[in-house]
Design a protein around this ligand. Structure first.
Ligand code: 3HC
Length: 479
């Protein structure tokens, strides 16, 4: 059963339970609809809806998108929640995304855990919200914020959601907080569908349209979402929902949505194969050899992921250049609000710059990112091999050179892998893990675990000229 219900002292507890992320498929929709009827039949004082496993819900089950939709459809289930005389409260932990956020918005009240995120990322799957998101969100947070959240698809944190008026409270234990809400206060909250739509603002839509054409050129869904929000402003609520649903269904079967879905599932399928999952060495301290553009980017990615990082360079000039480049990356992150001053200071504290290989003695991983010269790579790997613990992993960021040749001269060639980053290394998502003829499962597994820690998409490659990404790029350039 994907939805379970129980009541205690007239309070209903409804759990969404479809591990791992409570994706909303037919069974969950059916269960929710039954829960609405159950709460009404039992004349409950309120219903608290939450997700099992610390996640509210990650949205509609995208695996169902290739088949015709099956009743009950999410819009009708959410209308039943929104219109019920029993008030529902969403207690949000983890994420409430897409259809998950739409469930929450159909509730009378929303309470979020401090580290939870909420958003409508449908455009990243080539569709628009299909269960009332484009009608309910503007009513709750106003046009500007709704247009931004729906067309860019970026989820927001609990405090931002609170300031925007999307959630009523941020609490460590949202379920307990939902239980504590005063019945009278709850009874005074107007159902979302009865909220007035915000006034039309043609300038806002004109600017948003220009912005999307520049920033998301060629993508259909963000512009269609904008159209649907705008048209919905002058329609009665339920008609706004119908026009939204029509566009959602149309886009869902279109080529852009199909392609983006393929990418979504392909990226998830790229995680470590089962036999490699529990072998990884825990990396706390990593060494990067070479502080040029690539090395500095890799070092910054490792720092941003919370590791202790040592950058090794050949001389004082190299060290200065590395420090400056990493400093600029920190400044850029500060400026864009990705990190705050305290996090920047913490990153600096975790970084050491040195010319001494003895600094690598306590590291679990080294990544060499010097220029593409086999003799230089041999020399560096030999120095690392001599000082690092016997079980440490030695990686090369080479783009073209033979990883087997690099490993061959070491005492233990099984600890060598390729970790091929793409510039700018702290931003680009792809990380090729190059498996040499003798690379151990543990070394490869450590590469996969590192990719996960850095939020990158790992792709296993064999030893060959240019591995995968650059071979594709070469053909692309040729064409
Ligand atoms: N549908 C189907 N499966 C989903 C899913 C979804 N919406 N979201 C996640 N999953 C699956 C993944 O494929 C993966 O499956 P696997 O274990 O078999 O590989 C599993 O759940 C775990 O996902 P991740 O590996 O991505 O786990 P993370 O913890 O890294 O991330 C997440 C979790 C942030 C929820 C991320 O999965 C995510 O962003 N999901 C997509 C969210 C989204 O785009 N929602 C909108 C859907 S469209 C919609 O809701 C339409 C509505 O308006 C009608």
């Amino acid at each position: 059963m994907q939805v379970t219900m129980r009541s205690e002292n007239h309070v209903g507890y409804v759990t969404l339970s479809n591990p791992p992320v409570n994706a909303i498929g037919q069974a969950l929709r059916q269960g929710l609809l039954e829960a609405v009827r159950w709460a009404e039949r039992d004349r409950l004082d309120r219903v608290i809806v939450f997700g099992a496993g610390g996640v509210f819900a990650a949205g509609a089950d995208a695996k169902e998108f290739d088949s015709p939709p099956q009743a009950p459809h999410l819009p009708e289930v959410l209308n039943a929640i929104d219109e019920s005389f029993v008030p529902w409260i969403a207690a949000i932990e983890g994420v409430a995304l897409g259809g998950g956020a739409e469930i929450a918005m159909a509730c009378r009240m929303r309470i979020m855990a401090p580290d939870a995120r909420i958003g409508l990322p449908e455009v990243t799957l080539g569709v628009i919200p299909g269960a009332g998101g484009t009608a309910r969100l503007p009513r709750l947070v106003g046009l500007q914020k709704a247009v931004e959240m729906i067309t860019m698809g970026k989820p927001i944190g609990a405090q931002e959601a609170r300031s925007a008026g999307l959630v009523h409270a941020v609490e460590d234990d949202p379920i307990e907080a939902a239980f504590m809400v005063n019945s009278e206060e709850l009874g005074c909250i107007v159902p979302t569908w009865e909220f007035h739509a915000p006034a039309h603002d043609p300038d806002l839509f004109r600017m948003a349209r220009e912005n999307l054409k520049a920033k998301m050129a060629g993508q259909e869904a963000p512009l269609r979402a904008l159209e649907v929000i705008e048209a919905g402003l002058s329609l009665p609520f339920h008609q706004a929902l119908m026009q939204e649903r029509q566009v959602f269904l149309e886009l869902k079967t279109g080529p852009q949505a199909k392609a983006l879905r393929h990418i979504f599932f392909a990226q998830r399928a790229a995680k470590a194969p089962a036999h490699l999952r529990d072998l990884a060495l825990e990396v706390r301290h990593a060494v990067v050899v070479g502080g040029g553009t690539m090395g500095a980017g890799i070092a910054y990615a490792l720092l941003a992921a919370g590791l202790q990082v040592t950058v090794l360079e050949a001389d004082a000039a190299g060290l200065q250049r590395a420090e400056d480049t990493i400093g600029k990356l920190t400044e850029a992150s500060l400026k864009r609000g990705i990190i705050d001053a305290a996090q920047a200071a913490d990153q600096r504290r975790r970084m050491t710059l040195s010319t001494e290989y003895s600094e690598a003695a306590s590291a679990q991983l080294a990544i060499e990112a010097v220029f593409e010269d086999m003799a230089v790579k041999h020399e560096i790997l030999a120095k690392l091999d001599a000082v690092m613990p016997a079980d440490a992993v030695l990686a090369t960021n080479t783009s073209y050179l033979d990883v087997n040749e690099m490993a061959a001269r070491l005492m233990d060639p099984t600890r060598v892998i390729g970790l091929h980053f793409f510039a700018p290394a702290h931003i680009m998502k792809l990380l090729e893990i190059v498996q040499g003829a003798q690379s151990s499962d543990r070394a490869i597994s450590t590469g996969y675990a590192l990719a996960k820690r850095l939020g990158k998409v790992p792709v296993l490659a064999g030893v060959c000229d240019g591995f995968i990404g650059n071979r594709i790029l070469a053909r692309y350039r040729e064409a």
